[in-house]
Ligand binder design. Sequence first.
Ligand code: F6P
Length: 363
Amino acid sequence: GKGLAVLTSGGDSQGMNAAVRSVVRMGIYLGCKVYFIREGYQGMVDGGDNIEEANWSSVSSIIHRGGTVIGSARCTDFMKREGRVKAAYNLVTRGITNLVVIGGDGSLTGANLFREEWAGLLDELLENNKITKDQREKYKFLHIAGMVGSIDNDFCGTDMTIGTDSALHRIIGAIDAIVSTAYSHQRTFIMEVMGRQCGYLALVAALAGEADQVFIPEDPVPNNWVEKLCKRLQQERKSGQRLNIIIVAEGAIDREGKPITAELVRKVVVDNLQQDTRITVLGHVQRGGSPSAFDRILGCRMGAEAVMALMEASPDTEPCVVSLDGNQAVRLPLMECVRRTKAVAQAMADKNWDLAVQLRGRS
Ligand code: F6P
């Protein structure tokens, strides 16, 4: 059978285990020899016990677990060619020429570079007598399929990344919990949620959690935001509301690019309205705990699709990223999606918010 390996890289997210499970089982079903690569790219560079053959039962009882059971890491060795030579050796000597990478845009960019260099890496190994001519010939093509695991939903090309839905469940649970205590004491709560440069979690949580205000990076507040915020909070209290909820995305900014932090918002509310105000920073709670049904199914579907893409790949097939388009799992050109994702970051850095939002759109 064909050699196929799966790794998870970058920040973990709920649903990654469902994806790993699906890759392993679909791979075995289609007659592949499937391997786990533990600790992300670091495990691929280090080899040894980090690369282990998987079987049907080695992925039993993981679908309900958060995080990634095969470990993840941010790896600097793989960024150097020397590290990638070692990684290529570890794959070739095990007959692995199909790789599934579950991670964010950085991890997927690394995978693409590895594939582009593959022939050169094998030549170097052959010159140094690390592999045989037969191995050089037999394993001359490397196929890559990516899946995006991230709670941020910050990748262009897919409607949802694996983990976003679970993170939202965690955030909504926290808002509901805060609302009950806020109600008792007639308090205002400012909740900071994750999302790096992406306001998706904050925006959806604010809508579903009935927040009074949300601050996100893609829609920086105008200069008179203090006035507007205070007016709104006051109005709501006057109309009988006992509490206020304000969601602040961790990357929120004003039009000059200065951070809008939870502490800054708290100060504004206290100084202007003298409301009893507290801050809750949700932090990594959002990335933990059991995956939602949606993320489990998403991981399962994407994992199966990734393996099928690899099995159908010919030598000149471009690496793909498996994405969700509406309710369909589709294959998109990996590098095009990565390029668009990076263009969004650039547009944000250039303070071109409209372009950023437009680029992040579906098609
Ligand atoms: O990308 C996922 C994420 O959780 C972001 O929302 C957050 O900004 C970042 O990772 C936190 O990184 P770390 O886990 O390294 O603190």
